[in-house]
Design a binder for this molecule. Structure first.
Ligand SMILES: [Fe+2]
Ligand SMILES: [Fe+2]
Length: 146
């Protein structure tokens, strides 16, 4: 199948932009955690931001055109609440990528004959699961004050 105009091309664009949004959002959440003196959590968010940037690079490799990223930090700032809420929001997003979105995109890529892209989605979904698990641990650390 032709890559241009395929569902996989559209999914890759969404994934690429989603990962860049994730990077920005985690930077904002890191700043918020810092303000609340959750320094370990701030570091975790910073690390997650780097990993989401790496994921966006992986997706970018498959795209044959430059895609403009228009989201700004100011717009995303509206999603920032207190750190516990930010952790919960993030964990849900990561779990959804693991459980639903990336497996679905993987399946579509396989059906369209883009096997390397399909495998990349499978590899990334497992990383997103680990992100979700890390965030869950951080949620518990606040709730149990440990
Ligand atoms: Fe990611
Ligand atoms: Fe993630």
């Amino acid at each position: 199948m032709n890559f241009t105009g395929s569902k996989t091309e559209q999914n890759l664009i969404k994934s690429y932009l989603g990962e860049l949004t994730g990077e920005l959002l985690y930077e904002i959440f890191a700043e918020q955690a810092q303000k609340e003196s959750y320094f370990d959590i701030a570091n975790s968010f910073k690390q997650l931001a780097i990993e989401e940037r790496n994921h966006s690079d992986l997706f970018k490799r498959f795209l044959k055109q430059d895609i403009e990223f228009k989201q700004t930090k100011d717009e995303l700032q509206l999603l920032c609440k207190d750190t516990l809420s930010n952790l919960k929001f993030s964990s849900i997003g990561e779990y959804k990528a693991y459980e639903e979105i990336y497996p679905n995109y993987s399946k579509i890529a396989e059906e369209e004959g883009f096997y390397e892209i399909s495998k990349t989605y499978l590899a990334l979904k497992n990383i997103e699961l680990r992100h979700s698990q890390l965030l869950e641990k951080l949620i518990l650390s606040i709730e149990n004050k440990i």
